[in-house]
Design a protein around this ligand. Structure first.
Ligand code: C2O
Length: 546
């Protein structure tokens, strides 16, 4: 196994998009940032130097970080942020994961421009469990604002309103030729007729789940979130932010140019969303010359409607592990967490400029009615390791304080989220089953829920209220997929299960960043086990101080 050394310099860089040049925070002046390529079993050592004017941390999304929680990255969860002028070296090993992951800033909305791919090839000497691809391409889907994303979210936080939606979606940082001033930079993905290529798709967008299609081409899904899956064929992908999907595509169509297009799956009824389409072009190298002319448009796929939940769900429920897996059967913690948005009444006397949500409210979000608040004096992991009281409590409820019909609207007086830094505590080696129930308070919406430090099995998902007597029978205990981010369908539920074999403090949150700020998060505190191999490593000497 190899050790890969990288330097990441976080800095403001002028970037021109949509006819306008503005400073964006980048890594090494690149947008998206550098692609890291490793083999399963390799170690990464990434020295991050902060030359930007904002605090920053980097999260290695989906990397299990077994015993190396100090390298996980979410600010105030596993580390204090790297201050302007500071630096920190992330050191971790990839253990047993193969496929596509990614890295991104985990501090305010910096990840809008601070992200890149982490490609994990099979262990040295091993090959893919599918036909060897001719070429490999990574497609990172993103979102672009004609503004500093940090200013966009700060403004929303001040006013209690929803932040502005993005101005474009991007593929590898480029909006593509359907947007103004963007056509000459449209990403071209070349192919030779007949060859089969591996395409690694990452949804790095801040707030939007996205459909992706390649005109006239079938997509064979072979992996997701750096776990292989039983291959299946589809014409459309739907990825929530945080999710990755690896597909094989065979160039079996007449030589020409075909759009690779992505646009919103926006499930929240009536909520504004960015209704634009980003494109790249799949270009057959033998495409006849006129087809390469500027006026001949590539073939456009027919995209699903923005609210096509049937297509989104047909896709998310198609995943299986490649074969039979050992799902833990003894459940130590049987949890039921509600996930959803809400509105908080403004306190009497609050100025109306800070309560610009619907009818003078403030937007909020919660799990089991707790709106997660990050500490600011010490990270949760440091507080846990130093046994420092007063930073967090471990009384996160195992089920919601009130049960009601989660698919109907509920009175705000019944459900005012309470802010808190509450963790849920688990012992090393215990198993956790978690029902994630979407609520329809204010509005129902699909939530991509991401768990740090673990991959979990998705046993089932469905619509309406989770009902054990009806829904237990739907659990797939044979070959459920292993993921790090699960869609909780709009007005529905998802059940996940994992073995808590990684000591530390592990954030779980909605990967729509606007929801994290509103509190749609909590964290699992997993105690050390007995042996050295069941114990969190010592913190690195250069761990930033708060
Ligand atoms: Cu991809 Cu907590 O993040």
């Amino acid at each position: 196994a190899k050790v890969h050394y990288h330097d990441f310099v976080v800095q403001a860089t002028p970037v021109k998009r949509l006819c306008k040049t503005q400073n964006a925070i980048t890594v090494n002046g690149m947008f998206p940032g550098p692609t890291l390529e490793v083999n399963n079993g390799d170690t990464l050592v990434v020295n991050v130097v902060n030359r930007a004017q904002y605090n920053v941390t980097i999260h290695w999304h989906g990397v299990r970080q077994i015993r190396t929680g100090w390298a996980d990255g979410p600010e105030f969860v596993t580390q204090c942020p790297i201050r302007p002028g500071g630096s920190y070296t992330y050191r971790f090993t990839i253990r047993g994961q193969e496929g596509t992951l990614w890295w991104h800033a985990h501090s305010s909305w910096l990840r809008a421009t601070v992200y890149g791919a982490l490609i994990i090839r099979p262990k040295q000497g091993d090959s893919y469990p599918f036909q060897k691809p001719k070429r490999e391409t990574a497609l990172l889907l993103g979102e672009w604002w004609n503004a500093d994303p940090i200013a966009v979210i700060r403004q929303a936080t001040r006013t209690g309103a929803a932040p502005n939606v993005s101005d474009a979606y991007t593929i590898n940082g480029q909006p593509g030729d359907l947007y103004n001033c963007s056509s000459k930079d449209t990403l071209i993905v070349p192919v030779d007729s007949g060859e089969t290529n591996l395409v690694r798709v990452v949804n790095a967008a801040l707030n939007q789940q996205l459909f992706l299609k390649i005109a006239n081409h079938k997509l064979t899904v072979v992996a997701a979130d750096a776990s292989y899956v039983k291959p299946f064929t589809t014409s459309v992908l739907m990825l929530g932010p945080g999710q990755t999907t690896d597909i094989l595509i065979t160039a079996d169509q007449p030589p020409a140019r075909y759009y690779i297009a992505a646009r919103a799956y926006a499930s929240a009824q009536g909520a504004p969303f960015d209704n634009t389409t980003t494109t790249a072009i799949l270009e057959y190298k033998s495409a006849p010359c006129p087809a390469k002319g500027a006026n001949v448009k590539p073939v456009m796929p027919r995209m699903p409607a923005f609210n096509d939940t049937a297509t989104a769900t047909a896709f998310t429920t198609s995943f299986r592990s490649p074969g039979r897996v050992e799902v833990p059967t003894k459940i130590d913690h049987n949890l039921f967490f509600t996930v959803g948005l809400g509105l908080n009444n403004c306190p009497p006397g609050a100025s109306s400029s800070t309560c610009q949500g619907p009818n003078g409210t403030r937007f909020t979000a919660s799990m089991n009615n707790v709106s997660f608040v990050l500490p600011s004096t010490l990270s949760l992991l440091q507080a846990h390791q130093q046994r420092m009281p007063g930073v967090f409590t471990t009384d996160f409820p195992a089920s919601p304080p009130v049960r009601f019909d989660y698919t109907g609207n509920v009175s705000r007086s019944l459900w005012q989220p309470v802010p808190g830094t509450k963790l849920y505590k688990v012992r090393y080696g215990e198993t956790v089953q978690l029902v994630l129930q979407g609520t329809s308070i204010f509005t129902a919406e699909n939530h991509p829920i991401h768990l740090h430090g673990y991959d979990f099995y998705i046993l089932a998902e469905g619509f309406g209220n989770f009902n054990p007597s009806r829904d237990l029978g739907k659990f797939n205990l044979i070959d459920p997929p292993l993921r790090n981010t699960a869609s909780v369908p709009v007005g529905g539920w998802t059940v996940i299960r994992f073995l808590a074999d990684n000591p530390g403090v592990w954030l779980m949150h909605c990967h729509l960043d606007v929801h994290i700020g509103w509190g749609l998060a909590t964290a699992f505190l997993v105690d050390n086990g007995v042996g050295e191999l069941e114990t969190l490593e010592a913190p690195p000497p250069d761990l930033p101080a708060c």
